[in-house]
Design a protein around this ligand. Structure first.
Ligand code: NAD
Length: 366
């Protein structure tokens, strides 16, 4: 089976779906790999690194023509689909629920498509879960970005010229990104507080050294360990519990999402107006509408001296590591789906069933 790595075409994207190192591991398992020229450049992987790993380096058209399986980080687009043939297998993030036109276009080509973002969140799928591997890096980078934008340092510093008190960091949402944001802010010496609608996250936040701000969540629903939309009553109780910390925070990182829904507004404009002059909010939920009422996607909004940064670029900005982890997820996924170099098509199996969106031109999931 020949696996083709395509160069990402989405603006600002720097990642690549397979690194030379992971390509080598797949080759050792009997797969052939072909990569589009320059596909790894923005992740600091040269064409020669792929060649050294045993990968064929070819022009875009050749990769589309020769590969049985085509890999991308971002969804395939119209231009890609012009080159896709019947019988080819596409693997990438497809966000199929919000991309029905793309799914129809793939189906009309007679192709097959797996969506990595549809990975079930079960223990045995953890090492194939690109949302987790990328969100982890996003949590780290959000704090680094915040540190850069702040006019203060994180740690306590006692100097001959006086003592600098540590910065206060507040994290909303203690999922994958939130936990890494806590760990990073803590390592840099900040005083960290965190809150989440799921009470089971208290212990996790505390184990990383954060103070957990508990909000009474009685009556709030959750599903399979994931948050559902919070009630207005919860939002009010959350504000009461968190406001004191919010108004004293130097950096706020928001990571709260509800699978398949718009992100909840956790910080209103009125709250932003009461925050400290010079405070920074990094809103990692900006692509899902944002956790802060004033945030705008990929923009910095300054409100009453508070910088609100709505960002999605976090994993791309550490593309070498992001690509490495993405590639390892893909490796595990391909090994899971195949046997002796061929797809097993075990549709009764949960991971295959959930991620297989189109099979030979037939749409399985909407
Ligand atoms: P996410 O990105 O969907 O959301 C981030 C956090 O925001 C969640 O913890 C959620 O509870 C919180 N949140 C949502 N609404 C909120 C509100 N109104 N107020 C405060 N907080 C709110 O979550 P995630 O990072 O994908 O992870 C969720 C959980 O799933 C974690 O416990 C994680 O360890 C687990 N997980 C398991 C797997 C697996 O088993 N394969 C994979 C990934 C994540």
């Amino acid at each position: 089976m020949k696996i083709g790595i395509l160069k990402e075409t989405q603006k600002g994207e720097k990642r690549v779906s397979l690194s030379p190192n992971i390509s080598k591991q797949l080759i050792a398992k009997g797969f052939e790999i072909i990569v589009e020229e320059g596909a790894g450049e923005a992740s600091s992987y040269k064409n020669s690194d792929y060649k050294d790993a045993g990968v064929l380096v070819e022009k875009r058209g050749v990769v589309f023509k020769d590969a049985h399986v085509l890999l991308k980080v971002n969804p395939f687009d119209e231009e890609d689909l012009k080159l896709v043939d019947k019988g080819q297998v596409l693997i990438s993030q497809l966000y199929h629920k919000s991309n029905p036109k793309l799914i129809e276009a793939i189906a009309s080509k007679g192709a097959t498509a797996f969506s990595l973002d549809a990975m079930p969140r079960i223990s045995r799928a953890q090492d194939m879960d690109v949302l987790s591997s990328q969100n982890n890096l996003a949590g780290y980078k959000a704090v680094i970005l915040g540190a850069y934008e702040m006019t203060k340092i994180f740690p306590l510093m006692m100097t001959a010229a006086g003592t600098i008190t540590p910065s206060k960091v507040l994290i909303y949402g203690v999922g994958v990104a939130g936990l890494q944001a806590i760990a990073t802010a803590k390592r840099l010496g900040a005083v960290v507080e965190a809150t989440d609608i799921r009470t089971e996250t208290k212990e996790q936040a505390e184990s990383l050294g954060a103070k957990f701000i508990s909000v009474d969540n009685e009556g709030e629903e959750s599903e399979g360990g994931y948050a559902k939309e919070a009630s207005d009553d919860y939002a009010l109780k959350q504000k009461e519990a968190v406001n004191k910390s919010l108004f004293q925070a130097d950096l706020v990182v928001t990571t709260a999402n509800i699978p398949g829904r718009k992100a909840p507004i956790l910080i209103t404009e009125e709250q932003v107006l009461q925050m400290k002059n010079g405070a920074v909010i990094i809103d990692l939920a900006a692509a899902q509408g944002g956790n802060c009422e004033v945030s705008k996607l990929n923009k910095t909004v300054v409100k009453n001296g508070v910088k609100v940064i709505g960002t999605t670029i976090a994993p791309e900005s550490v593309s070498t590591n992001a690509s490495e982890l993405f590639a390892k997820n893909i490796y595990n996924f391909i090994i899971h789906l195949t046997e002796n170099g061929a797809f097993k098509w075990d549709l009764e199996e949960e991971i295959t069933d959930e991620t297989l969106i189109v099979k030979n031109g037939k749409i399985r999931k909407n």
